[in-house]
Write a protein that binds this ligand. Structure first.
Ligand code: ADP
Ligand code: ZN
Ligand code: ZN
Length: 719
């Protein structure tokens, strides 16, 4: 009798054996319902063996193997095993993370085969329609080639109803399509740099990693689209990963427009569970030509995968910060290697890890140095020195003058400040008291609109104090700048201008972000005040000025990655200025105009910046020149957390290749009433570090359970 070896969502890094009367190798990679203690759990069959590891008499029977989703392929299971090893995470929990929510419980979820609709006689249908039936005419034209439901619905209004009526009348037929048709719509003629990049990607054989380094607006997305067209034409699938914030309806629309008739599966947090699971299944069946999604989409099955694209590969949102702490970019590179296919990592400001990989020849660099639209110029950048200059409410006179100029010309300005709220601190000038969060080691942010103090780390809220709790002073002052204050100040200074603030506070309600973006597009806004939310992916053709306030905060940070992040953010926000025919200007207010980071930015020389940073990191012994992992521990008291970590050091295997540092408090020691410590281990030898970690985790997991919550973070982005 065969035994199933099942991966379950439990915090143990092993498989569990179950009995099943008839099991075949076809069951490997399928979901299975099993008893576990007093519970019923859903797991995935990883192996079928004749001889179990445990006492046969103690082995329970599996209830059922579910066949509602295609079995996970050996390749995909290999990817999950890699994640389990690399991130030292139990395999069952890796699988649980990777599977769509719908497949995590024992209900059966069937997905109908994807259908495409096409007119029997499109020309005849067209001439039979009344001249004024605009929607019907549009539909009839669309139906000249097979279309999927999403495309037809996108035609608007009653489109889908009409198609069904035509189906009934026999004017349209539905077909089951297995492989996506590979007809791409015509895009713009590629320029030389783009054509070279596409050719390099499309003619590469086997695994190859390309670092597509192109300035904002250089047409990176066009390169992706053309490389994908080639993949689809071969009947293969493409996986495209983007940061959450970049996956705008515009980007999705651009893909749909370019690849009519191709089933494009969109996977992100905005997609409902059922739809997500359905898209996943269509990808697994090979029906979906393109999977376009955020971090988690890297785990989507795609039997005919021919290309992976990671857009904005430097973006920190590709790294998950809890549970399975994976980097979707790094997992994607592994997946491409495993599948023997090319991967394109695109960015205007590549991560220094990827940059170093290009320097060392592991990745091939592709460069796009020109704006793609003929005549379009990159914005001019000017540093506005605020050294020894009294500022009225944080804005320099020349910045105000530049905004006034835009107002007079009827153009839009964006004032960028990456700090929401009214002011970051509530301060007493008499005794120096500052409002601090009782649950975190952090200050409370002043939210004047809501008359509240709020902690941006744990969400704690409190009323605004009238008198100083320290000394009774009645004249408390908000200190520093937030977007609310900036908004007030600009509205006061430009009473006729329409000022709109866009940040997480102003866009809490569902749909309000889209409404705000539409208002900008419709020209109903003169001055935009915004945070990072606005830095990416949004094109405002009439926006010709970007003023950056408060960038200096990122210059002298204890975090060795802070300057890399600052550079990327500034390039991104600068890219919002003047994308269309109007030249843009970027003003950056700073107390340190001579700082090398700003000088590199001024020269638009990322290579120089990267070279400088990498030289420093090499000298100081930081990634990418060595590999790190952090053991994090949290408890009610810091001492408990540190005690746990000190004990963990004793359990660490001896290794001459691995340095184990002393435990320290996390840079934000208290968070939501929990106190946190961390322990850094590092090595210049990746494989030695991996071996060390796996032995160490075995020892730690063998310990008696403790109240201390701990987790290992491999390749941490934050220390
Ligand atoms: P990126 O992704 O590098 O920011 P995009 O691919 O979005 O750049 O291109 C920026 C703009 O330039 C888009 O409007 C795009 O349609 C246009 N574009 C891209 N390539 C070309 C080209 N070869 N000729 C004309 N326009 C182009
Ligand atoms: Zn006081
Ligand atoms: Zn807090």
């Amino acid at each position: 009798m065969p035994y199933l070896r099942v991966a379950l969502d439990v915090p143990l890094p092993r498989l569990f054996d179950y009995r099943l009367d008839i099991a075949t190798s076809a069951d490997i990679g399928r979901r299975v319902v099993v008893p576990f203690g007093t519970r019923r759990l859903v797991g995935v069959v990883l192996e079928i063996v004749e001889q179990p590891d445990y006492d046969v008499a103690a082995i329970k029977s599996a209830e059922a193997v579910l066949d509602d989703m295609p079995a996970l392929s050996p390749a995909l299971l290999g990817l999950f095993r890699f994640c389990a090893d690399y991130y030292q995470h139990p395999i069952g929990q890796v699988l649980h993370t990777a599977l769509p929510t719908r497949f995590r419980d024992s209900t059966v979820f069937r997905v109908a085969e994807a259908l495409r609709y096409v007119a029997v006689d499109s020309a005849g249908l067209l001439t039979s329609l009344p001249k004024r039936a605009a929607l019907q005419l549009r539909l009839a034209k669309l139906l000249a080639i097979p279309r999927n439901e999403a495309e037809l619905r996108a035609a608007g209004g009653t489109a889908w109803k009409t198609v069904q009526a035509w189906l009934e009348a026999g004017l349209v037929v539905a077909q089951v399509v297995q492989v996506a048709p590979g007809v791409a719509a015509q895009g713009p003629q590629l320029n030389g740099e783009q054509a070279e990049a596409v050719a390099a990607i499309s003619t590469s054989e086997g695994f190859a990693a390309f670092l597509l380094n192109g300035i904002t607006g250089s047409g990176k997305t066009e390169v992706y689209l053309n490389a994908i067209a080639a993949v689809l034409a071969r009947g293969q699938q493409a996986l495209v990963l983007v940061p959450e914030i970049n996956l705008t309806p515009q980007l999705e629309g651009r893909f749909r427009q370019r690849f009519p008739g191709v089933d494009i599966v969109s996977l992100n947090s905005g997609v409902a569970d059922g739809e997500r699971a359905a898209g996943w299944v269509r990808a697994a069946r090979g029906e979906a030509g393109i999977v376009l999604g955020t971090r988690l989409a890297v785990f989507t099955p795609a039997p005919g995968l021919g290309l992976i694209v990671v857009d904005e590969e430097h973006d920190a949102s590709f790294k998950q910060q809890d549970g399975l702490r994976y980097s979707a970019r790094d997992v994607a590179v592994y997946r491409a290697r495993q599948a023997g296919i090319p991967i394109v990592l695109g960015s205007a400001t590549p991560s220094l890890e990827s940059w170093q990989n290009a320097e060392s020849g592991r990745y091939r660099r592709l460069h796009l140095g020109l704006r793609a639209v003929a005549g379009a110029q990159p914005p001019t950048l000017r540093l506005v020195s605020t050294k020894r200059q009294p500022l009225s409410e944080g804005i320099h006179a020349s910045t105000l003058a530049a905004i006034r100029e835009r107002l007079e010309r009827g153009e839009q300005s964006l004032v960028f400040l990456n700090r929401r709220g009214y002011a970051p601190v509530m301060h007493c000038g008499e005794c120096g008291w500052m409002a601090a969060c009782t649950r975190c080691s952090a200050r409370m942010t002043v939210h004047l609109r809501e008359r509240q103090l709020r902690c941006h780390h744990c969400g704690e809220e409190d009323g605004l104090p009238r008198v100083c709790p320290g000394c009774g002073n009645q004249d408390m002052k908000p200190l520093g700048q937030g977007t609310q204050r900036l908004e007030d100040m600009l509205a006061e200074h430009f009473p006729k201008a329409r000022v709109l603030r866009i940040d997480r506070d102003s866009t809490r309600r569902k749909g309000s972000f889209e409404t705000a973006l539409n208002a900008v597009h419709a020209g109903e806004v003169d001055i935009l005040v915004g945070t990072q939310m606005l830095a990416k992916g949004h094109d405002f053709p009439n926006l010709t000025l970007v003023a950056v306030i408060g960038a200096d905060n990122g210059l002298y940070s204890a975090d060795f990655r802070a300057s890399e992040r600052l550079y990327a953010q500034l390039v991104q926000v600068a890219g919002r200025a003047g994308r269309a025919d109007k030249p843009g200007e970027v003003l950056l207010q700073t107390d340190f105009p001579e700082h090398p980071l700003y000088q590199a930015l001024l020269a638009d020389d990322y290579a120089a910046f990267a070279a400088g940073e990498l030289a420093e990191r090499k000298l100081a012994g930081f990634p990418p020149f060595l590999y790190q992992a952090v053991l994090r521990a949290e408890a009610n008291q810091l001492d408990e957390a540190l005690g746990y970590l000190r004990n963990a050091i004793h359990l660490a295997p001896a290794s001459d290749a691995v340095t184990v540092w002393d435990p320290v408090a996390a840079s934000m020691m208290r968070l939501a009433s929990r106190e946190r410590g961390q322990l850094l281990v590092q090595s210049t030898a990746r494989t030695r570090l991996m071996a060390f970690l796996s032995e160490w985790m075995l020892a730690l997991r063998a310990q008696k359970p403790t109240k201390v919550r701990w987790a290992l973070d491999v390749d941490p982005l934050e220390l």
